[in-house]
Write a protein that binds this ligand. Sequence first.
Ligand SMILES: Cc1cc2nc3c(=O)[nH]c(=O)nc-3n(C[C@H](O)[C@H](O)[C@H](O)COP(=O)(O)OP(=O)(O)OC[C@H]3O[C@@H](n4cnc5c(N)ncnc54)[C@H](O)[C@@H]3O)c2cc1C
Length: 363
Amino acid sequence: MTYNKCLLADYLSKAITKDRLFYKQKDFFEKNNINLILNKTVEKIDTQNNTIYFDYNSNNNQSLTYDYLFLGLGTNPIIPDVPGIKNLEKIFTFQTYEDILKISEFIKKYKKLSVTIIGTGLTGVECSDVLSGMNLDINLVSKHNRILANLIDQAGSKVLEALIKDKKVNLLKEEILAKIEANKKSKYLLTFQSGKQLETNIIIFAMGTKPNTELAEKSEIKVDKGILTNDYLQTNIHNIFAGGDVINTKDILTGKSTKSNTWPDAVNQGIIAASNMLGDKKVYPGVLATISSHVYNTTFVSCGPVTNPPEGCKIVIKKDSNFYHKYLIQNNILIGFLMVGKVDNVGKLRNDILNKTQSPYFY
Ligand SMILES: Cc1cc2nc3c(=O)[nH]c(=O)nc-3n(C[C@H](O)[C@H](O)[C@H](O)COP(=O)(O)OP(=O)(O)OC[C@H]3O[C@@H](n4cnc5c(N)ncnc54)[C@H](O)[C@@H]3O)c2cc1C
């Protein structure tokens, strides 16, 4: 069934129930005349005969024909190919409902565990936050010199890193995993490229994801890291559309190709592609990357190129003991903002960016 991935950490911490996670129930699909097919993997698309095949190589081979096809295939987690990683039992990712079930089952079984989370993007930090409340020893490993390096600048990361320290999470920075060895105490010995070592009971990889493009590539659908789509979210095959994390889309500010990787963008792309498939033509304007989350009792929101401001853009910082704000202004127009701690006016500021509104407030 369909669930909201953004709420996986909340489900693991028991802050929300299963009903809230699985936000669309079976009757939604029945009422809307949608034939919901679960637990099937599409293995082949025959674009000449408009047919998709499930379990293509088995005797149970099934197919469906289509007039239009939408590909919302998402991403796969990245797991590093380091010596010793093959056939390990206690390694996990933090991407799906099944991952959460496996992690919570394992944690329940053992009293005192050490958990190492590798990756300090949004999922790694959210995962460490939830687990730090469960009486476990947590190591959080970043290859960067700060956490959330693609979303937050150095000063903003510092605010969150202080809170992580308060929760007794062991944060390791600028460390890259080099090998894993199973030792006698049924623990894993992790060795990093720097030579540093640590022992852990389980490893959770949160090192980012890559678009799940294999099916498209096999089917002559054009891919360049993600599935390529035009302004109508149509692929190079006229009756196949795509959206969500699997596509490359364009940055609304620069027009440059970028990855789509947020829930609201995926939803919006699904709606626009559906409209276009029904003949009601709508242009997809592109993404204004905006990510927000609540971790370690603090909210943050990152919008636009805050970690990589364009040359010549003016930067306005406002801060106090409990918040840090950064605004990026180009030609008197707001093009991005970062808020850590106190978060306000997000909708208005986003609209100012999208509408290219002059921002006298900052002068
Ligand atoms: C832990 C976590 C926290 C997140 N938090 C946030 C957040 O706070 N805010 C935010 O905006 N975004 C967040 N995201 C990102 C957000 O969840 C994604 O951007 C969104 O889910 C993308 O939707 P999608 O439909 O493109 O892909 P997905 O939700 O990944 O869905 C793709 C589906 O396609 C299925 N599939 C793939 N290949 C096949 C095949 N061959 N046959 C049949 N089915 C197939 C997959 O099994 C999957 O069910 C988070 C993600 C994670 C993992």
